[in-house]
Design a protein around this ligand. Sequence first.
Ligand code: GUN
Length: 287
Amino acid sequence: MTAGIIDGKQIAEGFRQEIAVAAADFQKLHGLKPHLAAILVGDDPASQVYVRNKERACEKAGLKSTLHRLPSTTSESDLLHLVQRLNAATDVHGILCQLPLPRHINPVTILDAIHPLKDVDAFHPENVGRLLQGRPRFLPCTPAGVMKMLEVSGVSLPGLHAVVIGRSDIVGKPMAALLMQRGADATVTVCHSRTQEIASITRQGDLLIAALGIAEFVKADMVKPGAIVIDVGINRVGERLVGDVDFSSVTQIAAAITPVPGGVGPMTIAMLLKNTLTAAELTVSSR
Ligand code: GUN
């Protein structure tokens, strides 16, 4: 068997066009564009690329974006003041603080300070809690992007055994929450770095989602024949970008697989645009 490719780039493109139409409607109705304020502290090369891609995507979809670029020596209190200023700015709808932050800044302090109605990453505890209770305001971008890819690819989730590898706050935990929620109805197992006999568990997954951040960790013998494999990893190995899945061997056994790059990454950005639009709509409806 050779797996079908789930083309995230193409799916994201279609979704971004829908957002562009909705953003144009918003502008016509309210006389302003949905506006994302992004904060980048320091000069981490990967973060610079991510933030640039997010800005470009905003521009292409007709959203306004503003980048607040701060030196790596910025103090936690100066960063907090910027967040507070953006919280109060009526023309800013969404706020994103790119992670990782320099080590002297506690990310929890900063993420908790972002107003929950402007929290387009859905990292604020209020938004995490709402997601767990099945009444989300914003969906976390990467897990929501995965759900959208599965939907567009025609994957029927009810009753599937979904195995998630990784328990991060950004991907693993919210991914499990979305898959188990009513309506999605998957049976979910979460594996992590302390899981024993991990292959015996991953091999049970009708749907396998790799989000652990180790290059090419998932080999063919860890995958159930005919499984759908979603690779959330982005790892740099020399000049190459590879996922958490060993694409060349797993493609021989899976029914469908997402490539890296061109899989989950573009979906994450598309979902950020959607959340920015949602944030703008929330602002005008609460006026
Ligand atoms: N760094 C890695 N992924 C993310 C993300 O989804 N949001 C933010 N703000 N920073 C990140």
